[in-house]
Unconditional design. Structure first.
Length: 305
């Protein structure tokens, strides 16, 4: 009774005719702002010698990643709000899933690398230029991307082998792991197990790195005698820590047990947080809470004007 599914229908968000235009405008505005914010951060870091430091090298890499991260999901979601044809081909669905999982996993590891950078800067300041040299930073970035690509490829190799019968509707606005596991008519237990193990590794190992780094940072900062020195040390970490909390908290429960998460009605709302809201907030957090970035951005665009 198995038939090869040629396409899926993304149900998205149920809206009335009056709400469609409003939702379309809001999503389009958010997407354009997200891309613009991250592009401005990359441009600012590139054109300011004062920001040619490992910390901002990682920030530029994060902004570059998030431009692609939102571009995999949001354009299709925006078009589907007004379109009656919400179909996505099987190959297109697998491609979207592959790139999205790659970017998500890469961001997990990249945030851990940024935490390690702050650990070395605060706990080993004299050795910081030697340890975090340009070559090592480039190797860390490459390792983050390799981890994301490898994890995504392994997950996709199991999910693409699943059979999909008469059910071709996905109650989501993009091709994610959880809806595909749930609409499969074949035994998905192996794919779910592999996905769970990889999610555990990709989420918990970087998370443990972040937690361990900040515990060491906390003990080091508390030893600083002056309150001004402690405040300065904490200020270099506050932006990154805020981004880590936002990203990990919104994705942790979704990807630790994807098949179970799909059964909850709030799944799509949680997904909106880490695919739309968090990428929009991240550049604002780094700009508003970082004086160096604000000053460099002001100087860059004042000079250009």
């Amino acid at each position: 009774n198995e038939t090869k599914v040629m396409y899926f229908i993304l149900l998205g968000f149920p809206t009335t005719a009056e709400q469609q235009l409003l939702l379309f405008s809001a999503l389009l505005l958010v997407y354009l702002l997200t891309v613009l914010e991250n592009f401005l951060i990359i441009l600012t870091i590139r054109n300011n010698h004062s920001l040619q430091k490992p910390m901002y090298f990682f920030l530029g890499s994060l902004s570059f990643l998030e431009i692609w991260y939102v571009s995999v999901i949001e354009p299709k979601m925006i078009v589907d709000v007004l379109s009656h044809d919400k179909r996505i081909s099987f190959q297109g669905c697998m491609a979207q899933l592959h790139f999205f999982v790659t970017f998500v996993c890469t961001e997990y590891v990249l945030l851990a690398a940024m935490a390690y950078d702050r650990f070395v800067a605060i706990c080993k300041p004299l050795r910081y230029p030697l340890i975090m040299n340009h070559r090592f930073c480039a190797q860390l970035i490459a390792a983050c991307w390799m981890c994301g690509l490898t994890t995504s490829s392994i997950k996709l190799s199991f999910i693409a082998q699943l059979s999909f019968c008469d059910v071709d509707e996905i109650n989501h606005y993009f091709c994610d792991i959880s809806p595909l596991l749930n609409i499969s008519c074949s035994d998905s237990s192996l794919a779910e197990l592999v996905d769970f193990i990889l999610a555990l590794l990709v989420i918990l190992v970087p998370l443990c790195t972040v937690v361990a780094s900040y515990i060491c940072i906390l003990f080091t900062v508390l030893k600083i005698p002056s309150s001004q020195g402690r405040q300065k040390a904490f200020s270099t970490c506050s932006s990154h820590l805020t981004v880590v909390v936002l990203f990990y908290s919104t994705t942790l429960f979704t990807y630790s047990h994807p098949k179970l998460m799909y059964t909850y009605r709030a799944n799509k709302l949680v997904s909106v947080l880490y695919t739309v809201v968090v990428p929009l907030l991240n550049p604002l957090i780094y700009c508003l809470r970082n004086k160096e970035v604000r000053s460099a951005m002001r100087n860059t665009f004042t000079c250009r004007r």
